[in-house]
Write a protein that binds this ligand. Structure first.
Ligand SMILES: Nc1ccn([C@H]2C[C@H](O)[C@@H](COP(=O)(O)OP(=O)(O)OP(=O)(O)O)O2)c(=O)n1
Length: 156
């Protein structure tokens, strides 16, 4: 079962439940945003595996091809942002159609990423947990709070 999220299927046009202005006028949209619980990463892996099986496309979906496909889709995401200058969180100036286009392109990136991980036998959800643990060790909050320097730039 796929739950509706934020009053819309893609979470983009959710003026009432997701986009509330506080009394001081500050838009707290970003603070309130969360993803739907489903589909899980494993659901996405399985759905894409079914999609490729049904088309006999597995023969084309080797790791290197999936990597190139994913990078191509990242390029399509970049196209949506290029020449716009700074874009604020929540994309306040974007039309619904532009938001939906972005949702499609980000989904393409995710679909290929998940399939690439599958074909490389990387259990992505667990790998993310391990990598985030490493990130926390590398960048202790007490040491790096408020600074975006890379870890090699810290002196002690
Ligand atoms: N050989 C293929 C082709 C497509 N797809 C799936 C995964 C992606 O989610 C989407 C990509 O489709 P397109 O290559 O047609 O790319 P776009 O949807 O981005 O279309 P366009 O490049 O015209 O914007 O379809 C796939 O799994 N394997």
């Amino acid at each position: 079962k796929l739950e509706k999220h934020c009053g819309s299927v893609n979470g983009a046009a959710a003026e009432d439940s997701c986009h509330s202005k506080q009394q001081d006028g500050e838009d707290k949209t970003a603070d309130r945003f969360t993803f739907s619980a489903e589909p899980t990463v494993e659901d996405i892996r399985r759905m894409q595996a079914e999609f490729t099986d049904e088309r006999d496309w597995n023969q084309f979906h080797q790791p290197r091809n999936l990597l190139l496909a994913m990078v191509g889709e990242v390029g399509e995401v970049s196209e949506l942002f290029q020449w716009r200058g700074e874009v604020a969180e929540g994309l306040p100036d974007w039309t619904d159609s532009e938001r939906e286009h972005l949702a499609h392109e980000l989904s393409d990136v995710l679909i290929y990423l998940v399939e690439l991980a599958e074909k490389c036998r990387v259990d992505l959800p667990q790998a993310v947990l391990r990598k985030m643990a490493l990130n926390r060790l590398k960048y202790p909050a007490s040491k790096v709070h408020g600074s975006a320097k890379k870890y090699t730039e810290y002196e002690d």
